[in-house]
Design a protein around this ligand. Structure first.
Ligand SMILES: Cc1cc2nc3c(=O)[nH]c(=O)nc-3n(C[C@H](O)[C@H](O)[C@H](O)COP(=O)(O)OP(=O)(O)OC[C@H]3O[C@@H](n4cnc5c(N)ncnc54)[C@H](O)[C@@H]3O)c2cc1C
Length: 275
């Protein structure tokens, strides 16, 4: 049996102090962390539960042209939220396929990012929409573009004592169309073998890719260049699929090619429907 100390701080400064301890780890919904502890993939001496830290927001608010999603917001909340569905439908779609209802009621968006799985389902949509995250450690805060947040599987730029307090998305000033796509081995609860999101405006397409590299990835291209195979090869050159228990590298790349094209078509037709 794994034994660890458990603390439930009420303020960000208290959480920060506790998380400075070398053997500590933050807990949000626990849907990744508790699985890791049970599998002995994590062996913390101190678990710091963030659920009572009100400064880590639990709301989704429009603020000066950005949608600010608090660090305690769970997937079910994203799926229901009107502003997310209106402005960032690919994020709502991604959140809606995470695990099961029970998982979505516990799993936070922040935890999905901080866990840093290459297959995190919300990451491609957030990357395609140009999201950033706010990280707080003690009195200092910094905002990091999401495409600079992930370092390698399971690792991010978060330093000891730091907490992800919010995710921010710039509300598009032009009309955009978006689509999310995901390939899994079976219907029902499964992690993605390939996932992606596509956001288009009148000239450019921006894609986020999941499970086809060591971290979630982003790439963009003028739409007209995606009329040719060369244009697609250039766009997809950023990806580095591997073979693992969920899929072979060749299969992943084949699925990526097909679903990226379909996502572009869907996003374009949604853009046309909005104009
Ligand atoms: C049955 C099952 C099915 C699943 N299906 C999917 C799926 O389909 N798609 C998918 O993407 N994921 C899936 N997951 C993974 C998981 O649900 C998500 O990654 C979830 O969003 C993690 O959030 P959490 O709040 O539970 O994080 P936790 O488990 O509490 O934490 C995860 C990691 O992030 C850190 N952390 C959490 N919050 C913060 C914070 N605010 N600041 C700093 N560090 C923090 C923790 O220290 C820990 O290292 C599944 C999990 C299970 C158990």
């Amino acid at each position: 049996m794994t034994v660890f100390e458990y603390q439930r701080p009420r303020s960000l400064s208290e959480a920060h102090e506790l998380l400075l301890r070398d053997d500590s780890v933050a807990l949000a919904g626990g849907t990744d962390l508790l699985v890791a502890i049970r599998r002995h993939a994590a062996d913390p001496g101190l678990v710091v539960d963030l659920k009572s830290v009100e400064e880590i927001g639990n709301g989704i608010n429009l603020d000066e042209g950005r949608l600010v999603i608090g660090g305690r917001v769970v997937m079910s909340r994203l799926v229901r939220d009107e502003a997310v569905n209106d402005e960032f439908p690919a994020l709502a779609s991604a959140a809606s396929v995470v695990g099961s209802v029970q998982i979505r009621n516990r799993a936070t968006l922040a935890g999905n990012l901080c866990n840093a799985s290459p297959a995190a389902d919300t990451a491609p949509a957030l990357l395609a929409y140009g999201a950033a995250v706010t990280i707080t450690g003690g009195p200092a805060s910094r905002t990091v573009p999401l495409d600079e947040f992930f370092l390698r599987p399971g690792s991010t730029v978060l330093g000891r004592g730091e907490v992800l307090t919010s995710v921010e998305l710039p509300v598009p000033t032009d009309r955009v169309g978006a689509a999310f796509a995901r390939v899994t081995r079976r219907r029902g609860v499964d992690l993605a073998s390939v996932s992606l999101a596509c956001v288009v405006d009148s000239g450019r397409a921006r894609f986020g890719f999941g499970a086809v590299g060591p971290t979630p990835l982003v790439a963009e291209s003028p739409i007209e260049e995606l009329a040719t195979d060369d244009g697609w090869e250039r766009l997809l050159a950023v990806t580095r699929p591997i073979s693992d228990v969920r899929a072979g590298a060749d299969y992943r790349f084949a699925m990526l090619r097909v679903h990226a094209r379909r996502a572009l078509e869907t996003a374009m037709s949604r853009l046309r429907a909005r104009t």
